[in-house]
Structures are given as C-alpha cells and as structure tokens.
Design a protein around this ligand. Structure first.
Ligand code: 26Q
Length: 775
C-alpha cells in the first residue's frame, strides 16, 4: 500500500472520516502516522557500530510535518493527494512548533540532528520532553505578556512511547520513572533514521489509595504531581543562568536516564567489562547543562559494576566532550554544594573525587598553590560545572573561530595552559534543508535550475552560482524572488499581526532573543535618529525602509522587557506620523519562533547582527539570512567574521569597535561624555526620560536611561558600548540605504552572499565533530 492509500486508511479506520471532512488535527495525525509506517523499516541501529550521543537540555525542532515529508521524499505525493481532495497543505501551519528550546543552542541541536541523519552519521539526541515549551508571547499595550505553550495540542504523532525502556531516576527524597519518547530523525532521502529520545518523568506509583481512603486527597496525588513537575516547563532563559532546584533536577533527570540507558545497552551487548565503552559511545555535552552526566556515569560504574574510581574516570574522559556556547559570565553554571547535597547527595562524593583527582594533578604539574584555586571544581561552596566539563572530558570546543580564541585566551585561559591539545573550534552551521529548501522553494528551484540539486546535501556546490552573478537574467530572477518572498511575508503579517507593510520598502530585520548584548536597543536608537534626521531635513533621499523585530524576553528580565516596550512605542509614534507613511515603518512581530523565522528570513534585505564585539559566541541566524540572500549589517563578532571572510567585506556592512578596541577603551569608557558632546545621541537618549514615550508608570524607560549613563551595582555604565558604536552604526546604515538605490548592485551583494554560504552548512560542522571528536 502506498503512502496516500495509508493516509486514507488511517483516516477511515482510526478517525472514521474522509479527507474532505477531516479536521486539520485528523489530517495531521493520519499523514504523520502514514509517514511513520513508511520509515519504520529504516529506523534501526547497526550492531557493533559506535554511536555519538548529543546531550542537550534543548532541542528547538520547530514544526516537523513539512520537514519530515520532504526528507522522506513524500512531499510531492502528499501534496498531490491534498490537491485531489481540495485541501491546502498550508493548513498544517496551524500546528504548533515543537518549541523545546530557547534560541541558538537549541536550534543548533536540531540542525545537527538533521545533518547527521542526512549524512549517515550515527548520532542520537537525548533531552527532556517538556510538557510546556518556550512560552507564547503576546503584546498588551506594547508590553510583553506570556502564556503557556501547549505544543502537543494537535497530538504528538511523531513520538513513540517506549514503556519497556523506562528507567528509574533517584533523588534524595524522591524516585521517578523516566519514560523515553523516541522521535525519528529522518535523513534527506537517504534511508537513514536516527533517534531523538526525550525523557518524560512519571510517578512510580500514580495514586496512593491509602492516603485517599484516609481522606488525604492532596497526598493521594502528591507523588504524581512531584514527578510531573520535573519536566513541566522549559526554563525560558537564554544566556542567563538560574540556580533553581528544579533546573538542577531537570538536568540530573535526563542525564541519569541517558547514562543508565547507555550502560544498559553496553552490558546487554558486551557484558560487564567496560574497557570498550568509549569505543561504543561518544557523548557530546551541549553546554554544561548535561555535565552532571560525568559524575553520574562514574557513579554507576563504581557502584553498580564495582570499577575503581580511576578506571571509571578514564572511561568517562574518553567518552565525553564539551561544547561551550557562551562567554557571558552570568551564564556559567555553578551549583551550590548545599543544593547538590539536598537533591542528589549520591552524586556528590564523585564530584569530590573529581575535585581531588584534579588537585593531585595540579600538584604534580607544579602549579603554585595560589593559582590552583582558579581550577577548583568545588570553590566558594559551589560546583563549577564548566571546570568539571573541561577537566573530565577529552575535548572542549567553541562555536566560531573568534569564540574559541576568546575561550583559550580569556574565559578558560588557565585550562588552555594546562591542556592545550583539548581545545578545538567547530564553527556552527545551519541545515540548508530547513533554511533554504523548505522555507524558500522559489530560491531553491532557481538554484537547482542553474546548478542542479546537489547543494541540498553538499552546500559547497553553491559556489557554482558565482558564475551567474553577472548574468542579467539570473540576477533579475533572483530579485523577483526576493520581491515575491516580501509579498508573501506582507500577506502573512497582514493576517497575523493585522498590520499592512509595503513590499517595496527595504526589509531590515533583527530577529533573535532579546538580550542587552545583542543590542536591539542600539537598533532602536538608530531608527529614532533616522526619524529625527528625516523630519529635520538632515537626511534626504531616504529609501523607504521597514524595520522588523522579533524577540522573546525572558519573563524575569526587566530590562529586556523595557526594550520591547520602547520599540513598540517607537513603532506607534512612527505609524501615526503621516510624514512617515511612505518613508519608514517599525514593526515588532509577536511570538517570534522557528516557523516565523522561516517566513521572515527569505524576505530580508538586511540582516542585523550588531552584538558588541566579543559577546556573541557565534550566532546562526546570521547564516540563515546569508543563505537566503541578505547582506549582513554587523559587528566583527561571532561568525560574522567568517561570513565576511567568505562573502567579502565589500558585500556586507561591517561597522563598530572590534574586540581590541573594546578592550582598549574599557577602563576609561565614559558614555556620559559621549552623551554630553553628541546632540543626536542626547536627543535620542532623552526620549527615555522626557515624556516622548509613555511606559505607563513602570519605570522601565528611566531604568534603561540610567543603565546606560550611570550603570548599576552589577554593571558599569553602557556595559555593551551602545554609545561607542552609535555613530558608526548610523553611518553604515545610511551607506546601505544609499547603496540600495542601485538595486542591481545591491542585489549583486545579496547574490554573492548566497553563493558563498557553503561553509555555514551544519553538514560541514557535524562532519567535523564526527571526524575530529567522535569517531
Ligand atoms: C542555564 C541554567 C539555568 C537556566 C537556563 C540556562 C541556559 C539556557 C539556555 C543558559 C544558556 C542558554 C542558551 C545559550 C545559547 O543559546 N547560546 C547561543 O548558542 C548558539 C549556538 O552555539 C550561538 O550561536 C549563540 O551565539 C549563543 O548565544
């Protein structure tokens, strides 16, 4: 029976309906289940083959149905079936994203899984099956509001519950069942299916009848509630650490469940001699979030299989590798010893043994006793997770060249001095299957018509497009495609936001999590400056521009929420100014997520990547824009540096202080001087306190003003150097605005960016992990 017939059969037998009468949910269920039957024969592991395991607290996989159909080669058949039945395949856009991640780190994990499967690399993901993913965002009078993300509201047809592979995870005063839900990770039309295993916590005893009979109703369901709490919700922090008990429990929960599984699988195949363990499994730690896996594996080997600590340590070190994703000091995880003792006391002795082993090693290496402290795994009554990860693994990597250099020279400098050979770089990448083939069919077809479709699994092929950059017809088509993607986005925004935007404007887009270091506020200041410049007649011949923002702020991040409100106020002011009607527009779209990114990115002309130099580890949104033919407006930070290395600085807009300059001015930096001496800056900044905008008495705007000019107890004034870069940013933007007048010349820059995006495929990245770290 073919795929279409299967869909019809499932609709009939399981839903008692027909395609025409079925609800979207029923169609989704039938299509997904039919696809699952289709891939079943390929969903197996090869015995005796080493597997890599990607441990991550986040997998931001987005909407699965279109990507899975494409990778299975069923998209066309499904579309034909739907057309025949008079159904629009777009109805699946109602289905929620699987938003089991915050931002870059979680999305990277999803791209890696897609790339590994598409290249027959045996890589499985292990994480947490959150009941609620990243909150949904709405705006109430310009303020961010949050609601729960019930991502399973259309069911979860892509997961298989594996009751018989459940394990028990023990906390000091609680035991829970960890139930695996396995999702297929489908390679691109190659018959390879890997696994994403997400763990769900459930009570060992669901209901306490004795308590119930004693009229203690709360107690009767307490165990169930306590278990379900563990994976109830994803922590909505991005690049910010919160030392909460529940977060530690989440980390241990999925780490322990995963380590038990690996040990169980190993012993089933090889018995209790663990000498080949590291030849069977490589474990990559996605930041420090799963690092408790290291002492947990050692504990299991010592306690259940009676290995010595030394034997267990050597196995662990050969097995684990660690990826760092941030240099933000506030994101480095440190757990209070008291909390570890309170939650997982059984693990603590193994952390102490790691600490002591390191101390002995430091002594033999003649490290003086006062420098020893900066290495200590247990220091200031806290367990320093990054130190544990570097020490007890064989590989530590950064995620872009500059980031790895900063790790070696600053953040982890002392570790680099001890173990230089452990440090390596793996510049991030993105999957061109989702970020081009799926989200930009028009551009994909255009490329394929010129160079064939090998680029889908070998993005270096894109280089061959370079020969068409001077081809008049090709460039015209390329420009028409951009216009078409802009029109499509306008239609969507009209329907979803209720706002009309002009598809003939320049589309200038900044989409990423809201964080001070990413400097959405600098973008806002510059827009205001442009607005005043146009009104005052200082700026003439301005090419109309729409400034688009998309970002979620962590609900507890007051300043980030203030920035959102401020941008919404600017948008409102400009929207009601008749003089601006055909000049500029600002829109902050609500609930920015993976599916929204798939619509925004193909429509962009300008990609805003304006973090303070030395703060953004890599960035991956920058790569998605480049691939879809936008120019980067950016600082020399993260992967921007490698992007302009590939596409040419002259085809992008690089501005602002670089790492060296920031370091040089840091100690004497005085933003108030800049403010006092630059009337444009003063005018813009004063809108935060002079009543131009209303923050409804929240005090948010004044707080932003003081953060820049006076600082706070935890930061110096203008910690992210907005005022230092302000003029250079405005100049770069004006340059781009002028350049755009020559549409052909501008399109050429976009084209060259697209043609040189090959390096930024996650296929390249994952092959480097495979070859240089795992196999
Ligand atoms: C930690 C403890 C408690 C609660 C939350 C957290 C937490 C959660 C998420 C800490 C950090 C994160 C996420 C970090 C992140 O997304 N980093 C980004 O990683 C991308 C992929 O490598 C890079 O491209 C980005 O530059 C980097 O910011």
């Amino acid at each position: 029976m073919n795929f279409s017939q299967k869909v019809l059969q499932i609709l009939d037998e399981q839903h008692n309906t027909t395609p025409k009468k079925a609800t979207t949910k029923q169609l989704y269920d039938a299509v997904s289940k039919a696809a699952m039957l289709n891939l079943k024969k390929d969903w197996k592991t090869t015995p005796g083959q080493k597997r890599a395991c990607y441990l991550s607290a986040e997998f931001l996989i987005g909407r699965l149905v279109y990507a899975n159909l494409m990778n299975l080669g069923l998209a066309k058949e499904c579309e034909d079936l739907f057309i025949k039945e008079g159904i629009d395949l777009k109805c699946f856009e109602e289905i929620e994203d699987d938003a089991l991640g915050n931002g870059g780190l979680g999305r990277l994990a999803a791209c890696f899984l897609d790339s590994a499967a598409s290249h027959h690399i045996p890589l499985d993901g292990f994480g947490i099956r959150y009941r609620y993913g990243l909150f949904k965002q709405y705006f109430d009078n310009g303020f961010q509001g949050e609601s729960a993300d019930d991502w399973q509201s259309f069911g979860d047809p892509w997961s298989v519950r594996k009751e018989d592979e459940a394990v028990t995870v023990s906390f000091r005063n609680q035991q829970v069942k960890a139930i695996p839900y396995d999702m297929p990770v489908i390679g691109y039309q190659n018959g390879c299916v890997n696994t994403l295993r997400l763990w769900q916590a459930e009570p060992i005893n669901g209901f306490n009848f004795h308590a119930f009979n004693d009229l203690k109703y709360d107690e009767a369901v307490k165990e169930a509630n306590d278990a379900e709490n563990i994976n109830a919700v994803l922590y909505p922090n991005d690049n910010g650490y919160e030392g909460r008990v529940l977060r530690l429990k989440q980390q241990y929960f999925f780490s322990s469940a995963t380590m038990q599984t690996l040990v169980n699988r190993y012993t089933a195949e090889y018995g209790e001699n663990f000498s080949a363990f590291a030849d069977c499994y490589a474990v990559q730690l996605n930041d420090t979030h799963p690092t408790i896996s290291i002492p947990e594996l050692i504990r299991i080997l010592c306690e259940d299989y009676l290995l010595t600590f030394e034997e267990a340590f050597e196995i662990a070190q050969k097995t684990f590798a660690y990826t760092n994703h941030t240099i933000m000091a506030e994101a480095l995880e440190k757990w209070d010893v008291s909390m570890i003792l309170d939650v997982i006391p059984q693990v603590y002795p193994y952390i102490v043994m790691l600490h002591n082993r390191l101390s002995r090693e430091l002594k033999t290496k003649n490290i003086t006793s006062d420098t020893q402290k900066c290495y200590h795994i247990i220091a200031d009554n806290q367990v320093q997770m990054a130190r544990m990860a570097v020490y007890a693994s064989h590989s530590t990597n950064g995620v872009a060249q500059i980031h790895t250099e900063i790790l070696k020279n600053e953040v982890l400098h002392e570790w680099y001095m001890l173990y230089p050979q452990r440090f390596n770089n793996k510049t991030n990448g993105i999957t061109q299957r989702r970020w081009l083939a799926l989200c930009n069919k028009e551009l994909s077809n255009f490329i394929t018509e010129h160079i064939g479709d090998k680029w889908i699994t070998d993005l270096d092929e894109l280089k061959k497009m370079q020969t068409y950059v001077d081809d008049e017809t090709a460039l015209n088509t390329f420009m028409q495609i951009k216009s078409e993607k802009k029109r499509q986005l306008c239609d969507y925004i009209k329907a979803y936001e209720g706002v009309e935007i002009n598809p003939n404007f320049i589309f200038d887009v900044q989409i990423k999590r809201l964080h001070e270091y990413k400097r959405q506020l600098l973008n806002a200041f510059s827009i205001l400056d442009t607005y005043y410049g146009i009104k005052d007649g200082r700026i003439k011949d301005f090419t109309p521009t729409v400034y688009l923002f998309g970002a979620k702020a962590a609900p507890g991040y007051f300043r980030a929420k203030g920035i959102i409100k401020y941008i919404n106020e600017i948008a409102k002011m400009i929207a009601v100014d008749p003089e601006m009607k055909d000049k500029m527009q600002v829109l902050f779209v609500h609930n920015y997520n993976v599916s929204y990114a798939e619509k925004l990115i193909p429509a962009a002309d300008i990609s805003e990547q304006i973090s303070t130099a030395g703060t953004e580890a890599s960035g991956t949104g920058n790569m998605k824009f480049m691939l879809n033919g936008a120019v980067t407006m950016g600082t020399m930070d993260g992967a921007n540096i490698e992007i302009v290395e590939q596409a040419g600085r002259e085809n992008n807009y690089i501005f602002g202080a670089e790492v060296d300059e920031i370091a040089a001015v840091k100690s004497s930096y005085n933003p108030r001087n800049i403010y006092n001496n630059n009337p444009r800056i003063k005018r813009v900044l004063d809108t935060l306190i002079d009543g131009t905008f209303d923050d409804c008495g929240s005090g948010m705007f004044a707080e932003l003003y003081h953060a820049i000019l006076d600082g706070a107890s935890w930061h110096q004034p203008d910690h992210y150097f907005l005022l230092l870069d302000f003029e250079r940013y405005c100049d770069a933007r004006m340059q781009a605005n002028r350049d755009y007048k020559d549409k052909k010349a501008f399109a050429k820059k976009c084209f060259i960016n697209m043609a040189n995006a090959g390096k930024f495929s996650s296929d390249r990245t994952i092959k480097q992990y495979a070859e240089e770290i795992w196999f």
